[in-house]
Design a protein around this ligand. Sequence first.
Ligand code: COA
Length: 253
Amino acid sequence: MSIQINTEKGVMRLTLNREDKKNSLTRDMYRQLADAIIQAGDDESVKVIRIDGAGSCFTAGNDIHDFASQNHSDNVTDTVAFMQALVECEKVVVAQVHGLAVGIGTTLLLHCDLVYCAPDTRFILPFINLGLVPEYASSYLLPRMAGRRKASEWLMLGEPIEAQEAMNFGIVSRIVDSDRLEGTVSAICQALVGKPAFALTQTKQLMSNDTDAVLQQMNAELDVFLEAMTTDAAKEAFSAFLEKRPVDRNKFK
Ligand code: COA
């Protein structure tokens, strides 16, 4: 089971648990996440969903083996189901991040309500270096959060975002010392569980007034993303990673 699911005291905790592969996300893991979030939505005893990663990092993003074999929409069905469930989730979603949050590992945080990270966390949107494009409304949300110029550095240069910068631009709620992160997030989840259910859900709903625009941009990005996956640049980037060799930049034309 690459997603560990533990429901206790009103909190459904979803732990990305594929440590030997840096918690990179497979189709099966996306499906488990989607199913769990949908189930939490139907379960009155769950008020909060908490997402974290086991081992040395949050996640290294999409499994690149899967990317290399995906070039049409059927193959991203599970990823889309997960992100759609997250965007439409009525329960409060809290993320606890450490180490690395790569690709969709950062994109998914844009759809969480509260995000806490360790000081050493780096957020990386490497799509451009893989011949790919932003996904799951990051091309809509990041320019609004950070301004077009800063978002362009992240999305066009693929520059890592340090924890402090992520907090300055609203990607995270707060940076918490590594040794206090687990306890702090547990306390925040319990504080949320103690809030009045109707008011909590409605507060989230009221702040989610651009969901239609987000879903529309997700669809627009997906079309381009699937096309990008078929380019020579993307195929070269995937092969280079899987063969553990440098990219041949002549193919980045
Ligand atoms: N997909 C598939 N496997 C991955 C992976 C990914 N996204 N990220 C890491 N892994 C695997 C590695 O292939 C390696 O497997 P192996 O032990 O069988 O060789 C294992 O996880 C450990 O990764 P490694 O690269 O040795 O760890 P590291 O600490 O040196 O580097 C990263 C960690 C995350 C910086 C590096 O693995 C990386 O760049 N991964 C790709 C990130 C990425 O581009 N993701 C796609 C986002 S769109």
